[in-house]
Design a protein around this ligand. Sequence first.
Ligand SMILES: *[C@@H]1O[C@H](CO)[C@@H](O)[C@H](O)[C@H]1NC(C)=O
Ligand SMILES: *[C@@H]1O[C@H](CO)[C@@H](O)[C@H](O)[C@H]1NC(C)=O
Ligand SMILES: *[C@@H]1O[C@H](CO)[C@@H](O)[C@H](O)[C@H]1NC(C)=O
Ligand SMILES: *[C@@H]1O[C@H](CO)[C@@H](O)[C@H](O)[C@H]1NC(C)=O
Ligand SMILES: *[C@@H]1O[C@H](CO)[C@@H](O)[C@H](O)[C@H]1NC(C)=O
Ligand SMILES: *[C@@H]1O[C@H](CO)[C@@H](O)[C@H](O)[C@H]1NC(C)=O
Length: 493
Amino acid sequence: MNWYTALRGRGSFNEICLLLVACAIGWGCTGPQVECLGINWGTLSSHPLPSPIVVNMLQANNISKVKLFDADPNVLRAFAGSDIEVTVAIPNDMLEVIATSTDAANRWVRDNVTQYLVKGGVNIRYVAVGNEPFLTAYSGAFQNVTVPALENIQNSLLNANLANQVKATVPLNADVLTSGDSMLPSAGMFRDDIQPQMKELLSLLDKNQAPFTINIYPYLSLQQNPNFPKDFAFFDGSTHAVVDGSHVYNNVLDAIYDLLVAALNRTGFPNMPIFVGEIGWPTDGDLNANVASAQKFNQELLKHVLSNIGTPLRPGGPLEVYLFALMDEDQKSVAPGNFEPHWGIFTFDGQPKYPLDLTGQGRNVSLTKASDVRYLPLRWCVLNPDGDMSKLAENVAYACTHADCTPLTYGSSCNSMGVPGNASYAFNRYYQLTNQAGNSCYFEGLGMVTSVDPSTGSCRFLIELALSSAPFRPPASLTIPFAGVIALLFLWI
Ligand SMILES: *[C@@H]1O[C@H](CO)[C@@H](O)[C@H](O)[C@H]1NC(C)=O
Ligand SMILES: *[C@@H]1O[C@H](CO)[C@@H](O)[C@H](O)[C@H]1NC(C)=O
Ligand SMILES: *[C@@H]1O[C@H](CO)[C@@H](O)[C@H](O)[C@H]1NC(C)=O
Ligand SMILES: *[C@@H]1O[C@H](CO)[C@@H](O)[C@H](O)[C@H]1NC(C)=O
Ligand SMILES: *[C@@H]1O[C@H](CO)[C@@H](O)[C@H](O)[C@H]1NC(C)=O
Ligand SMILES: *[C@@H]1O[C@H](CO)[C@@H](O)[C@H](O)[C@H]1NC(C)=O
């Protein structure tokens, strides 16, 4: 069988350690295996769960590392006094100003790092500089600013005397990698168009003993290529194993990880620690995005990465991974696909979607749900069958331009409800989005409020969270973060 990879779309470790198979420490993840696990907390939600409730939920589940996509003070304050290790981030649209102004970099570090590093403060450990800035889909927009921004932030951390405590890294999508003509993990190298940038970036990371951060999406490999063998996305063996010399790859995570190991080695950084900055599986919005697949993937993933197996090129020791993601986010762009709002292991309101053993032992145990969650009143908006049906389509379209109707799409949890069910779902999402505002269930006489839960089967008609402060913000700018448009495309011939 033939396979090839196409990538498109958008230190302190020592040599002795390399020879020891059971060396867990060197690759960056130390201590008990459960400490190798982190989670991404994105906040692109119309009704975000209050930060203190989220932090309690993290603690109740023994989650000890969290990666954020910005440095929102309302989120950061909630971590005060907890031991949770936090990664704060600089969004791509701030890279240019930070790249061109050391003052801006100093201010960013002072406001978003230093001020929290006090007794009883926040355990900030990493700064993510940009989010997948070299994604092919960005057409080089951040190509010239990423490395200078990283350098400025590193210097600011150094000047603030924090260089040992807080490390700066750049989360990159797996599309920075290519396998050339041989199409094997061992042939891994960095994409031609970013070779100079990658060399500088690696030197900076190395000089500061910072990890390389890579986002890997087996789900996207599968979703974007109908010929991708499904079992290669999972971890329980594959009928499509990839044989690379003496190494056999049974899953795409190991293959991409080692593609990176080989690329780092080829560039002269064989021992650079690697973090998997994002990895996960969505539960809705696509045929392959469902609760059963997500549970299978995440459960097997944790068993695999938290074991001492490692990968063929880096055997021994757990991998350091950050699950994507903590909760669903209804304001995410659906440009990558209708699955995009549905990556959470928890729903938007902090309910576990499926049993998951975060210790990697694969037990059938439930996550601990959020407590003290406050909801809007138990009221739903549904289709009024006596309304003027000639106006239905435009009203449904209106509701869905604002509210998240992705569960109605093909292969999704609410796809088989028929026209009236569709309309009710759309109307309710809009009604909840607007905090059940009086006139928001009107829809030219087509909507009516009910106190009977219209949920059926897998289709949940949700009630939104009661917001203590910030009212609903219109979903005007749906920008970042993409979950990584395209990871690795395996074509099977
Ligand atoms: C969290 O860790 C503590 C101490 O290690 C343990 O007793 C507890 O059972 C763990 N809780 C969960 C939900 O894993
Ligand atoms: C700190 O981070 C926040 C949130 O990402 C951002 O709005 C703010 O501009 C940053 N502060 C500075 C001084 O750059
Ligand atoms: C980046 O720099 C190169 C070489 O100086 C230049 O050709 C290119 O236009 C720049 N890209 C952007 C987005 O500014
Ligand atoms: C790293 O590169 C050297 C040659 O520079 C090669 O001998 C070695 O096998 C490579 N190791 C890995 C893990 O790719
Ligand atoms: C896991 O536990 C739940 C209830 O705790 C049960 O309904 C389910 O069947 C169990 N699944 C397996 C695979 O044992
Ligand atoms: C319900 O809405 C979805 C998404 O707009 C659409 O794909 C589906 O065909 C609709 N079903 C019916 C019966 O109209």
